[in-house]
Design a protein around this ligand. Structure first.
Ligand code: URA
Length: 276
């Protein structure tokens, strides 16, 4: 990535972070206190002050994107309780059934909210429902979904260990890319979903998922394999399974990205050479 692109990406991530701080009621940024000569020195045996920020550990390539100040999500204690979060997710799925915030509602059969474990450590995000998903009301159930399930299995997870959702919850006609205003209308749902699930890592499937999630445009060929950040959650962009169906040779790169994700999660990494 050249310095201009890197700067644009950092600016974009800072904007996302600032929006989040505003939403979560922050009125300022935590000050970085530097010790002065007059400051008391730490006393041996006494615990030092806890850190004010939680910065997720990610691969060195992501360092530049993770130096922004970061505070723990300002969720209410109840939304951190997995049982309460699960109930709220069920409520949300029900609430969005009648959503008319964008034009996509006009052509849908039904909304498609999510599938999988509402307390998952790993979340996959796609672009939007296709014809099969629109018919069945569940994300990634068509051919691309079957490939995604094989990817999940190859990582050592059961299908329902992970959480799977999309940027938009209604099928764009003719499987076109969702428009920016459609992604923006749906974003509050995604934001709340991710806050409730609170995954340790997100895998963004394809360029539209990256754009809808963190606003960064660009080619997925260049973005894939490079950590990004949504709020404090590390995001790994990779190719969409539908692209892999057309371009099986790209599975090698996707597998490399998924291995990086497993390392980040501290999970066993299946031997090299295994493919999806
Ligand atoms: N493609 C997506 O991006 N999402 C789905 O749910 C299915 C196909």
């Amino acid at each position: 990535m050249n310095p201009r692109e890197e700067l644009a990406q950092i600016a974009c991530e800072l904007r996302t972070h600032a929006e989040w701080l505003i939403e979560s009621g922050a009125t300022g940024l935590p000050a970085v206190e530097r010790p002065t000569a007059a400051d008391p020195q730490p006393v041996a045996g006494r615990p030092s002050a806890p850190p004010i920020a939680r910065v997720p550990a990610v691969a060195p390539s992501a360092r530049a994107t993770l130096t922004a100040p970061s505070v723990p999500p300002a969720a209410s204690p109840s939304s951190r309780d997995p049982a309460v979060a699960k109930i709220r997710l069920i409520e949300m799925a029900d609430e969005i059934r009648t959503c008319t915030k964008c034009v996509l509602h006009g052509a849908r059969t039904q909304t498609v909210f999510a599938r999988g474990n509402p307390a998952a450590e790993l979340c996959f995000i796609g672009e939007g429902p296709g014809a099969d998903e629109d018919r069945l009301g569940e994300p990634f159930v068509g051919k691309a979904g079957q490939l995604l399930d094989r990817m999940i299995g190859a990582m050592g997870y059961a299908r329902d260990d992970v959480y799977v959702c999309n940027i938009v919850k209604c099928r764009p006609p003719d499987n076109r890319k969702p428009e920016p205003d459609e992604m923006a209308s749906c974003k509050p749902y995604l934001r709340e979903q991710l806050e409730l699930v609170s995954p340790k890592v997100i895998v963004a499937l394809g360029a539209t998922a990256v754009e809808g999630l963190i606003g960064t445009g660009g080619g997925i060929t260049r973005m894939r394999g490079q950590w990004k950040v949504y709020r404090t959650i590390p995001v790994m962009p990779t190719f969409h399974p539908a692209y892999l169906l057309r371009t099986p040779a790209a599975k090698r790169e996707v597998w490399a990205d998924l291995q990086t994700v497993l390392k980040q999660l501290g999970r066993p990494v299946p031997p090299a050479g295994r493919s999806v």
